[in-house]
Design a protein around this ligand. Sequence first.
Ligand code: MG
Length: 263
Amino acid sequence: MIKQVSAVGALLLSLAASTSHAEEYLTGIEWQEPPIITPGEKPSDAPSDAVVLFDGKDLSAWNGAETWKVEDGAMVVGKNMIESKETFGDCQLHIEWSAPTPPVGESQGRGNSGVFFGPYELQVLDSYGNKTYFDGQAASIYKQRPPMANAMRPPGEWNVYDVVWTAPRFKEDGALESPAFITVIHNGVVVQNHFELLGNTPFSDPPSYNKHDLKQPIRLQDHGNPVRFRNIWVRETKPAVGKRTREPFRRDGDKETPITAAK
Ligand code: MG
């Protein structure tokens, strides 16, 4: 016992010694303080800086939703694709959806809808015991990439997508400057990990990038199935802001030593 205590004591002493004599590495970048937000009570609740697109009450945040209905706090797909009145560039999206029960149809005909960032579809489909082409099942980037796992809940239960979206950038002449990227978490499971989109996601054509404004509406697809959605919110994401004020250096008390850049 005594031996153990003294071993711990020695370790603490050596840590203290190494801390007091260590030179600290400093980046030379002055970072702005990140914005302070209030998170939701649960991770699925909208944080204070989110734009709420649907809170269970009405469809006022959407264009084209005349035939979509609100029932029991959920919105039900109607006769055409709807799009958010507000537009978004890089963002985080939370959306919950539920496939019709009892299930009707098969393959692409069962519980099909879609979450679109402008012209790019993240597939919504009842993929619970329902085979279809893999790059068209739930949480696929349509006709580009299947999800890394099928994390579906059964029809009637609620599925959750948490999405990190990086919008593509275009040059003045229409050429692609940087592609879109998407990360998708489906019911707590990472199913797309910073996937680089090849372009848009049409049914009949290969993907292509066609110049558009950075900010696009979020769109929800009508594919003829009464899929339900609820608790939809979006946060714009902005990189941390910093400015280099000097080259990296080490500091030990008052002594500062520049770090020579690696050759
Ligand atoms: Mg679809």
